[in-house]
Ligand binder design. Structure first.
Ligand code: ADP
Length: 324
């Protein structure tokens, strides 16, 4: 392995820059040439490459987003698009690829490395959703939940001062991990997630109970993929049956994807960036570098795809007990 390329793909996540930095500096240390690809797979197809060295990745560890830009690429989903990408990879003399992204990006990387075994790929989990097998945490998740916690703490001030009922919608189309963890940390009165059925009557009974004991303000965290609909829809249904508190809705949206990465995300990103380069040098291919129980682990890409992680029943129970 003489020349590797690194790219970020799919949704951006805080910590991607720290990871790029680690890949580049590890490669430089090991004496390997390293190239950055601009805008993910689109950059591979367009031949948009930048030579990187230790200086190129200075002063980025603390920055959110990705210095290499990220994108979604429909062309890469086609055999023709991937062939063009491969021709550009060949022209550059690249023999290893590090892909930082989510499960869609992993699928693309796996297909490329299967079709063209001359290039080896290692992927690194970079997504705020934390919904991949083979790693306890994905890069960006810790920062995202801390952003949610800060926002909900602010909303809680208003909820308490005005005795209001707030529905706060957080990211999580398929997984409620952001909602659950941040909801517990914020002392949410209820946490509504896609993995469990939402019973509106149960929610209203809970609100009545809180109202009777003169709770000052209620905050309900709603994952966007909850089966009862988004926060606006749920708030509307609830308001028709429970009108004792003024109801407000707040959609946190893209603020959850940005911001300076937390210490945990910077360290995780640095460690996995280092391991990905070492993995390529060891001959690993079509694997994801993750961290399980504090140890680095490599699993085949096809196993690291998105899934609905079984929500820990005890965590759900704790969330419910704490909201009494
Ligand atoms: P994420 O990596 O965050 O899950 P996406 O699901 O949008 O984001 O995937 C990022 C990109 O990966 C897609 O735009 C596409 O270029 C590529 N990709 C995803 N699935 C496939 C696939 N089945 N075949 C080829 N490329 C894919």
């Amino acid at each position: 392995m003489k020349h590797i390329a690194v790219l970020t793909s799919g949704g951006d996540a805080p910590g991607m820059n720290a990871c790029i930095r680690a890949v580049v500096r590890t490669a430089v240390y090991k004496g390997i040439q390293v190239t950055g690809v601009i805008a993910g797979y689109e950059g591979l197809i367009n031949g948009d490459f930048r030579k990187l060295d230790s200086t190129s990745v200075g002063n980025i560890i603390q920055k959110g987003g990705t210095m290499l830009k990220t994108a979604r690429s429909d062309r890469f989903r086609t055999a023709e698009g991937r062939l063009t990408a491969m021709e550009n990879i060949r022209k550059q003399g690249i023999d290893g690829l590090v892909v930082i992204g989510g499960d869609g990006s992993f699928r693309g990387a796996d297909i490329l490395a299967t079709e063209f075994p001359e290039v080896r790929v290692i992927c690194i989990p970079g997504t705020i959703d934390n919904d991949l097998y083979g790693t306890d945490f994905t890069i960006g998740y810790d920062t995202a939940i801390n952003t949610v916690v800060d926002a909900v703490d602010n909303i809680r001030d208003t909820a308490s001062s005005h005795n209001r009922l707030f529905f706060v919608e957080v990211m999580g189309r398929d997984a409620g991990l952001i909602a659950l963890r941040s909801g517990i940390a914020c002392g949410a009165e209820a946490i509504l997630i896609p993995e469990t059925k939402t019973h509106i009557d149960k929610l209203i009974a809970q609100l009545e109970r809180g109202w009777k004991r003169q709770k000052s303000g209620h905050v309900i965290i709603v994952a966007e993929g909850d089966d009862a609909g988004g926060a606006f829809k749920i708030a509307e249904i609830v308001q028709q049956k429970f009108d004792k508190l003024e109801t407000k809705v707040c959609i946190l949206g893209h603020i959850q994807r940005g911001g300076n990465p937390s210490c945990m995300d910077r360290v995780l990103a640095t460690r996995l960036g280092y391991e990905a380069v070492c993995g390529l040098l060891d001959g690993k291919n079509r694997m994801m570098a993750g961290q399980v129980a504090g140890k680095v682990s490599f699993i085949p890409l096809e196993k690291a795809v998105k899934h609905n992680i079984d929500v820990n029943a005890t965590i759900l129970e704790i969330a419910e007990i704490m909201s009494l």
